[in-house]
Design a protein around this ligand. Structure first.
Ligand SMILES: NC(=O)c1ccc[n+]([C@@H]2O[C@H](COP(=O)([O-])OP(=O)(O)OC[C@H]3O[C@@H](n4cnc5c(N)ncnc54)[C@H](OP(=O)(O)O)[C@@H]3O)[C@@H](O)[C@H]2O)c1
Length: 326
């Protein structure tokens, strides 16, 4: 590897895990006036990476994977005001499966010394998604009953912790008994193994037939209709992901019978301005420092094993966060 090249994982076409290409001779990105160059230390693996690889979400090719990372600034663009070389930072949105990422200044936040790179890369997409959901998508109140699907996953464990902290009764659905135990350790009051139990009936029993104040559904296609049934009158269904496939188009009148609210958020729209970014990152850093959220790292991979990380997250065998160390 020469000094102008780096290791990176990218795709030239979308498809299965075999489309992921690992190379050690990729040019280090150049930095535009409004961007910084980050030497990545730890980057996050997220379910969205699989959508961008598979073709569920569109990308411009070639495309370097990775939507979040933590590392050190090694170069700043001429217009950059808020950062300097040597700053420890976290960021969202850039091509992170690489030694170096060029990141717009607007997408970067400083990392205080008491937060490790590993923690920084773990709380980006998943904790911000979970926190924006329980504070804005549906403002969880003490006494609410909240249903969290895939409760032992990356976003799921954090949702259980946060909703529990806000005083809700949390029902978590999971695919195995081991995941159920982990969800309970992280704040789920009730767990349902939805691969073998009739989870709609169980939710009905637990809520005395009323349903949940909010259903937080990142599973998508296989759960959406039953999530609607499990939401109480005047309740909120947040459909925030497609782990089982995209939710097919729906008739808006499906909301009428119970005056339901339906939301389909995307994290990046919560962080469109510098003020918004600082607000949400600041709150999540605070949750970590106060130990309201506890990170559960499933595994740390080498960059050359990114393919295995994708196989693992898609296999439903992982819990919590998957990371790549550079
Ligand atoms: N809208 C946003 O801005 C945003 C941001 C971040 C994440 N998300 C979404 O949040 C969801 C969770 O993301 P994550 O990164 O934390 O992943 P994750 O929850 O750690 O992994 C996905 C989980 O989904 C469950 N699942 C159910 N059916 C599945 C199927 N057919 N194939 C694979 N998995 C299935 C599995 O848990 P069980 O085995 O327990 O069923 C699996 O472990 C994803 O849908 C992701 O796209 C959305």
């Amino acid at each position: 590897m020469s000094t102008n090249t780096m290791k990176a994982v990218f795709i030239n076409e979308q498809g299965g895990v075999d489309k992921l290409i690992y190379r050690e001779d990729v040019p280090i990105p150049t930095v535009s006036p409004d961007a910084v160059l980050v030497k990545n230390r730890v980057v996050g693996v997220n379910y969205i990476d699989t959508y961008l690889r598979s073709g569920l979400y569109p990308v411009s090719l070639p495309f370097t994977l990775g939507k979040e990372g933590a590392g050190d600034i090694v170069q700043v663009g001429s217009n950059v005001k808020n950062f300097k070389v040597g700053d420890r930072v976290v960021y969202l949105g850039a091509s992170a499966y690489a030694d170096y990422s060029s990141v717009s200044e607007a997408a970067v936040e400083k990392l205080s010394d008491d937060i490790t790179y590993e923690q920084g890369a773990s709380i980006g997409i998943q904790a911000l998604t979970a926190w924006t959901m329980v504070r804005d998508g549906y403002k969880v109140q003490k006494g609410d009953t909240i249903l969290v699907h895939a409760a032992a996953g990356g976003v799921g464990l954090l949702l259980c912790q946060m909703a529990h902290h806000l005083g809700a009764t949390v029902i978590g659905t999971v695919s195995t008994d081991e995941k159920a135990e982990l969800a309970r350790e992280n704040g789920a009051d009730h767990t349902i193994v939805y691969t073998r139990e009739n989870w709609v009936e169980r939710v009905n029993e637990i809520t005395n037939g009323l349903g949940c104040h909010a259903v937080l559904d990142g599973v998508g296609k296989s759960t959406f209709q039953d999530s609607l049934s499990s939401t109480r009158r005047l309740g909120t269904l947040i459909s925030f992901g497609n782990a089982s496939g995209a939710v097919p188009p729906i008739a808006i009148t499906c909301l009428t019978a119970k005056n339901l609210k339906l939301m389909r958020p995307q994290l990046f729209n919560y962080l469109a301005t510098r003020e918004e970014s600082q607000k949400w990152w600041g709150e999540v850093f605070d949750l970590l420092k106060k130990k309201v959220i506890r990170l559960h790292v499933h595994k740390v991979y080498d960059l050359k094993d990114a393919k295995q990380a994708h196989i693992d997250i898609e296999s439903r065998k992982t819990t919590g966060k998957l990371l790549i160390r550079l």
